[in-house]
Design a protein around this ligand. Structure first.
Ligand code: PEP
Ligand code: MG
Length: 567
């Protein structure tokens, strides 16, 4: 069995097709007729745009607009004035078009590669994809076409680039295995959107698996079984049947209210990263947006979005959600989320450094543009503003002061906004948790960010595999913190939600019901499983489980107990 990262909650079995791409190789040479060479480059750009538009159209139909946007982003990149000018400058200095393109792309890749977060790594993949496709056009090499693969194919490839994925015909693909890529890579996004079983980052997959091998791809567990025995095949078939049955059972929760078995109504909303995700949230029957991670609007570009661009993005979500709550978090940059053009200082301890609200308060022009865009957009729906990484009350007061300054400006200019817009905070640091009683008097709502709360409470880097054994929300310290935060919110009668990954954890749900959480904000794909789980608990049954769990002394004990009770 081969291990990798399972990224779509699906499983499939089929025959392996190994794809090895032809590499664009060229001889570096000096050109004398530089204006002809510039023309050759420009023609290649035109061809690139034409081909990419066709691919984007195709992928928009098969997977959706969000996936097509990835490819449209490549067009924006190649049209970027800085990039195009730099390439032309190098050609004018005698470089051939291929080398000029490669030099410029490589310098971008070099800058971005320093950041270790997955989203910036994704940008690197985008530029590599763009570079390779442009080189192939310049060298007249046909692109790898995977649109005509036979039925029941398990596609096995080093890396599935965004452009290649456009060619996938989902009905012929029983699974995808790649050697590169993680949970937020484009291959992962696409596999999820097309509901194709996928296991990524399987080391040496294209040499260990041979063309025609029968392969089971288990995206639920991140496992690949090559040439399975009869027993393994039978086991797979039963598992798949159960999986499909469970999936179809979930459909009956579409359109239902989210409430406990004894009728206590709760809010079940979605986490999103861009306006297009709001469509998915609606399709999956989310009741609003509990976390819009706005830093995604700042990524995959070379400069910050303007106030106007942000206004349009926030407004579109507010309109789509049509009066349902839309909690928009202000820029949460830093730590694992680097945005190169913001020039964050290189720090010894970036997770403890100049990030999120700290950075924003130090860069007022950038922050004011975002806050103004949010206030203007609040005239179009039920937008609430959320401040990330709060550690002290002064930060909240400083942001609120900026908001009230902007409100005055808007009043003077006669621009509409929601005068009663709610302002809340993420509780994701031990400090915020410890002063939750003080914060609750100052804000309209809390949202518990368990991803960071676990990291900072356990003092364990959330991305470091060596210490991941400590990274669990089920540690008694984290559970006590969550219980305390909810209690402080209740004491002040303010709304309290949770937008960390733990909100969708079936083992944790009874505890959250018992503590009195008002809102669960989960990924769109977890809406129905979360609604189902909530509906199976009464307040009393949840209290019983919570009381027992809160007496246990280790994460392992808590997990062992909650595994038995999970519904
Ligand atoms: C969290 O920390 O729990 C959270 C929701 O924010 P992010 O994962 O974006 O840091
Ligand atoms: Mg966080």
């Amino acid at each position: 069995m081969l291990k990798g990262i399972g990224v779509s909650n699906e499983m499939g079995m089929g025959k392996a097709v190994i794809i090895k791409e032809e590499q664009p190789i060229y001889e570096k040479h000096t050109v004398s007729n530089t204006s002809d060479e510039v023309k050759r480059f420009e023609q290649a750009v035109d061809k690139f745009i034409e081909k990419t538009n066709v691919l984007a159209e195709r992928i928009s139909k098969s997977a959706g607009e969000k996936e097509a946007e990835i490819l449209r982003g490549h067009i924006l990149m190649i049209q970027d004035v800085f990039m195009a000018d730099e390439i032309k400058k190098q050609i004018e200095n005698g470089e051939c078009a291929e080398a000029a393109l490669e030099n410029v792309c490589d310098s971008f890749i070099g800058i971005l590669s320093v950041a270790e977060d997955e989203l910036t790594q994704q940008r690197v993949t985008d530029i590599c994809d763009l570079k390779k496709r442009m080189l192939k056009i310049l060298l007249n090499i046909e692109e790898t076409d995977i649109s005509t693969l036979p039925e029941n194919t398990v596609l096995c490839i080093n890396e599935l680039t965004p452009s290649m994925t456009a060619g996938i015909d989902a009905k012929n693909i029983a699974g995808i295995i790649t050697e590169i890529g993680g949970t937020t890579s484009h291959s992962a996004i696409l596999a999820k959107a097309l509901e194709i079983p996928a296991v990524l980052s399987v080391k040496d997959a294209t040499s260990l698996i041979k063309n025609g091998d029968t392969v089971i791809v288990d995206g639920t567990k991140g496992e690949v079984i090559v040439s399975p025995s009869e027993n393994e095949q039978a086991e797979y078939k039963t598992k798949k049947e159960n999986h499909l049955k469970e999936k179809s059972e979930l459909q009956k929760y579409i359109g239902l209210e989210t409430k406990t078995a004894d009728g206590h109504k709760l809010e079940l909303v979605c986490n999103i990263g861009n306006p297009k995700d709001a469509d998915k949230a609606l399709q999956c029957d989310g009741e609003g947006i509990g976390l819009f991670r706005t830093e995604f609007l700042f990524m995959s570009r070379l400069q910050a979005p303007t106030e106007e661009e942000q206004f349009e993005a926030y407004k579109s979500v507010a309109i789509k959600m049509n009066g349902k709550p839309v909690i928009i978090r202000t820029l949460d940059v830093g730590g694992d989320k680097d945005i190169p053009y913001l020039n964050l200082p290189k720090e010894e301890n970036p997770f403890l450094g100049y990030r999120a609200v700290r950075y924003c308060l130090g860069n007022k022009q950038l922050y004011m543009a975002q806050l103004k865009a949010l206030l203007r957009a609040s005239a179009f729906g039920n937008i609430k503003i959320m401040i990330p990484m709060v550690t002290c009350i002064e930060e909240v007061r400083a942001v609120k002061a900026l908001i009230s300054d902007i409100k005055k400006q808007l009043d003077n200019d006669g621009i509409a906004y929601n005068k009663d817009i709610q302002v809340g905070v993420m509780i994701e640091t031990p400090s915020a948790s410890l002063i939750a009683d003080i914060l609750a008097k100052e804000v309209d709502f809390f949202s518990i960010g368990t991803n960071d709360l676990t990291q900072y409470t356990m003092v364990v880097d959330r991305g470091n595999a060596d210490v991941s054994y400590l990274y669990s929300v089920f540690n008694p310290s984290v559970l006590r913190s969550v219980q305390h935060i909810i209690k402080c919110a209740k004491n002040e009668n303010i709304f309290v939600g949770m937008c960390g990954e733990a909100a969708a954890d079936k083992m944790l749900i009874p505890l959250l019901i018992s503590f009195g959480l008002d809102e669960f904000s989960v990924s769109a794909t977890s809406v129905l499983t979360t609604r189902k789980s909530i509906s199976s608990w009464t307040k009393q049954s949840a209290d019983e489980v919570a009381q027992k769990a809160m007496q246990l002394t280790t994460a392992d004990e808590v997990i062992a107990y909650l595994k038995q009770t999970a519904r």
